[in-house]
Write a protein that binds this ligand. Structure first.
Ligand code: CP
Length: 310
């Protein structure tokens, strides 16, 4: 399977076989991601890291991944300190990043910005989140986490909770979980329901997601509870945000209804939707999930930049 110079814009650009291949290769990266083994298969390679929106995990785990592979990173985390401030276009910024590096990772508030960037770059472009669009590397690390914890995806009952309208992670994930044969339940405030087009994509894979409003009922049968933040920054109206934030909360009381081996995931950052008390329980997988961003991104960078196979 050849991934050399491939763009990573949407999880939909990858077949089931390709996704499984990346996830399998990721397993080999884990000891390198933990610093237990060492490699420099991307020595001399440079990643350009362009973050037009705030990030902790995605940016730092891409940097960690590149460093763990012996490569280097240039870029910015604050676009106001770049020539964008003087009116430079996205196209010209991408052209520059392309000429300084071997691959580009971009996070941008506008949906479609990563796909557009591919038109101005010869190097591969990796989408680190484009508005309410896609977040394919998050999707891969979510899949990797579920497979690692539950051995397989097929047949698992997975509840997606929270902001299903604007949440790019759940859009990518609902598609991929359907492709891989999971059973899906959606729980969200009425105004933040999963978009129809995402539900239709799930149906194309023979998955009929159910939508319910009662979280206790959803949690009862769940193997995986995937929680998301209500994203204040995507709301056109602050009043509407205030109406829905805090509507659902995962706490110790809720977990009395859960199966013993339920796992709770969250792409993070969390705000109020998971009580910190839950962190101490065996259900809490979200910090381990965030770590998995390193081996997943190592696998992708290595495959795309043509590093020697480990
Ligand atoms: N999950 C995620 O994308 O986190 P950051 O916004 O911190 O990168």
């Amino acid at each position: 399977m050849d991934f050399k110079n491939r763009d990573v814009i949407s999880i939909k650009d990858f077949s089931k076989e390709e996704i499984n291949y990346i996830l399998n290769y990721t397993k080999k990266m884990v000891p390198y991601a933990k610093g237990e083994k060492h490699t420099d298969i991307l020595r001399e390679k440079i990643l350009s890291s362009l973050f037009f929106e705030p990030s902790t995990r995605t940016r730092l785990s891409f940097e960690s991944a590149m460093n763990r592979l012996g490569g280097r990173v240039i870029g910015f985390a604050d676009p106001s300190a770049t020539s964008q401030k003087k009116g430079e276009s996205l196209a010209d910024t991408i052209r520059m990043a392309d000429s300084y590096a071997d691959a580009i990772v971009i996070r941008h508030p506008q949906e479609g910005a990563a796909r557009l960037s591919t038109e101005f770059a010869e190097s591969p472009v990796l989408n680190a989140g484009d508005g309410a669009g896609q977040h394919p590397t998050q999707c891969l690390l979510d899949l990797f986490t579920i497979i690692t914890e539950r051995k397989k995806i097929k047949g698992n009952k997975i509840v997606l909770l929270g902001d299903l309208k604007y949440g790019r992670t759940v859009h990518s994930l609902a598609y991929a979980l359907s492709l891989l044969g999971a059973e899906l339940t959606f729980v969200s405030p009425e105004s933040l329901k999963m978009p129809k087009e995402v539900i239709n994509e799930c149906k194309e894979f023979g998955v009929e997601p159910s939508s319910i409003s009662n979280l206790e009922r959803a949690v009862k049968d769940a193997d995986v509870l995937y929680v998301t933040r209500i994203q204040k920054e995507r709301f056109p109206d602050a009043e509407e945000y205030n109406r829905v934030v805090g509507m659902y909360k995962v706490d110790i009381d809720l977990l009395k209804h859960a199966k013993e081996d339920l796992i709770i995931m969250h792409p993070l950052p969390r705000v109020v939707e998971i009580d910190p008390e839950v962190d101490k329980t065996p259900y809490a997988l979200y910090f381990k999930q965030a770590f998995n961003g390193v081996p997943v991104r190592m696998a992708l960078l290595s495959l795309i930049l043509g590093g020697k196979k480990l």
